[in-house]
Design a protein around this ligand. Structure first.
Ligand SMILES: [Zn+2]
Length: 239
């Protein structure tokens, strides 16, 4: 399979929050009157990730825009303690230019990071980068060796998460840090206000939280690559 050189773009430095004061406790999103929580799977109790409907919709739309290759971007939002645990509230998905992506990998180029920071500045908010998302078109939900490399290097903060979506099979998975281990967070909590409650329900009904282990995932990726190879050979032969 095509392996991107994982070290090609690691000299990018994320904005560091070295002197950040201890965040103040805030109401948990599940206790906020104006929001409803719709769950897919069985989301973790701690950390407590929440994805706003608009954010998940953006990531899914991006993934569905190209079902031939992996596409991705960053997830921005806020993280703070609530009475119930460490909240990771994802507000928006910003697509990265993935000219380097192929089937089986996605990378963040220097240019992609520059563009992401430009978009973040333009939004003029206090939202921070809290993770990333990318697609696995047709080969299921898992973190490949390369994905783990990216997470370890760019998203090492304890509140950093990785959202993986399979736009062909309508599957999602969310991964994050627990006791220093990068693990599946068991499910996704979608946050919806009244205006998007119905749409969020429909979205949740279509999606399944279905995480495969890496070996299983790599096997279906190889199968998909073989299918693509066959299709390419047929095209080349003019059939
Ligand atoms: Zn991946």
């Amino acid at each position: 399979m095509p392996e991107a050189d994982p070290t090609a773009d690691i000299q990018i430095e994320l904005h560091s929050d070295d002197a950040e004061p201890e965040a103040e406790q805030r109401p948990d999103p599940a206790d906020r009157d104006e929001l409803s929580v719709i769950t897919i799977g069985a989301p973790a109790a701690d950390p407590r990730p929440f994805v706003h409907f608009g954010c998940l919709k953006q990531a899914l739309a991006h993934a569905r825009s190209d079902t031939e290759t992996e596409v991705g971007g960053v997830l921005v939002g806020e993280s703070y303690p609530s009475e119930r645990g460490l909240v990771i509230e994802l507000t928006a998905a910003l697509p990265a230019a993935t000219e380097e992506a192929g089937l089986g990998y996605v990378t963040f180029s220097h240019q992609a990071w520059t563009e992401i920071y430009r978009q973040l500045d333009a939004m003029g908010t206090d939202l921070r980068i809290l993770g990333w998302y990318h697609s696995h078109p047709g080969f299921g939900i898992f973190l490949s060796h390369q994905d783990r490399f990216i997470h370890n290097n760019f998203f090492a903060a304890p509140e950093s998460v990785a959202l993986v979506v399979d736009p062909l099979f309508e599957r999602v998975g969310l991964f994050g840090w627990r006791e220093g281990e990068l693990v599946s967070l068991g499910g996704v909590r979608i946050l919806a206000d009244e205006a998007c409650f119905a749409a969020a329900g429909e979205m949740a009904e279509k999606l399944s939280y279905d995480v495969a282990d890496e070996e299983e995932g790599m096997a279906s990726l190889r199968e998909r690559l073989a299918q693509v190879g066959q299709a390419v050979r047929r095209i080349l032969k003019g059939q």
